[in-house]
Design a protein around this ligand. Structure first.
Ligand code: PMP
Length: 306
């Protein structure tokens, strides 16, 4: 444990060891918390740390609170200020990941709406090196993805991750690196903590937002970048399981994992090495998030004021 790590908790920035919460709170007992996983990338040339798509993350966080029927006391400005303050206090000069969680505190039951509180916890996390990325062996999970009719995957609530946990742990036990869920319609949905893209005949295909997926910020980013910068068609449509077996390339994506190539599914090889389009998407993504592409610096927030 890095004892020097500073955490934002309820308007104070405190050492990790002092960032504690009530064991009886609904967040502790029922996973009653909504959260975002946000990345910042260090640009050595600019000597600057860039946070990626903060406004989109805070919009989704507030939407999660609304769908979860939580009280909401934070403005977007306050969410952003807490984020910048705690990253600055830690003085990171490297790539990081930040967990920003609004939780139900107090002593209520599983249906309490408040009181709500927040923590913001940054940690060092380097970007994936494209040359070293090995690619994943995935399986189709025997667990079905939660759906909007029972536990919506659009609400980024802690309790939802039990479904992800079941799939990921089963995959690891069976010798795979990760899993891909089918939804209640039997169509491909997403990974345990990531969205899915497949390449067929030089077109990029991804399940629609109605396929029981989180409305992923990385997914949106890739759709826009691939259309505009790589001039490749992107199609949002239902995908059958067997299409994965015969696609040319496939990858998972998310703020934490960035772009993670899939080399096989259920033991059926998709490609022997990471595909060319997957590599191109990964490179473009890293260039954009690190502030190297002028046209997309609008997506970045500078952490350090000169
Ligand atoms: N799906 C799930 C279930 C996730 O947990 C995540 C990670 N937040 C994603 C997709 C990817 O979302 P994003 O690109 O916004 O990080």
């Amino acid at each position: 444990m890095n004892n020097k790590r500073l955490i934002w908790l309820n308007d104070k920035i405190v050492p990790l060891a002092e960032a504690t919460i009530n064991v009886l709170a609904p967040t502790s007992q029922f996973g009653a918390n909504v959260f975002e996983g946000i990345r910042c990338y260090w640009n050595e040339e600019d000597k600057q740390l860039y946070a990626f798509k903060l406004d989109e993350h805070f919009k989704r966080l507030k939407n999660s609170m609304k769908m979860f029927r939580m009280e909401d006391k934070y403005t977007v400005e306050e969410l952003k200020k807490g984020f910048i303050d705690v990253v600055t206090a830690n003085n990171y000069r490297e790539d990081i990941a930040v967990r920003q969680t609004v939780f139900i505190d107090g002593f209520g039951s599983w249906m309490a709406k408040g009181p709500i509180n927040m923590f913001i916890a940054p940690i060092a996390k380097s970007r994936n090196d494209i040359e070293k990325v090995k690619g994943l062996k995935c399986c189709i999970s025997s667990w079905e993805r939660i759906s909007d009719r029972n536990l919506s995957p659009k609400v980024k609530v802690g309790a939802n991750y039990i479904n992800s946990r079941m799939a990921q742990m089963e995959a690891l036990e069976n010798g795979y690196d990760s899993a891909i869920f089918l939804n209640s319609q039997g169509k491909l949905s997403e990974g345990p903590g990531s969205c899915l893209f497949v390449v067929r005949d030089n077109k990029l295909i991804t399940p629609p937002v109605t396929a029981s997926i989180l409305e992923s910020i990385t997914r949106d980013t890739i759709i826009e970048l691939v259309k505009k910068e790589l001039k490749i068609e992107v199609i949002e449509r239902d995908i059958d399981r067997t299409e994965l077996y015969v696609c040319d390339e496939a990858f998972l994506c998310g703020s934490a994992m960035e772009i993670a190539p899939i080399l096989s599914v259920d033991g059926i090889v998709i490609c022997d090495n990471v595909g060319e389009l997957t590599k191109a998407v990964h490179q473009l993504y890293l260039d954009v998030v690190t502030g190297k592409v002028e046209a997309y610096t609008k997506w970045l927030t500078q952490i350090y004021k000169e």
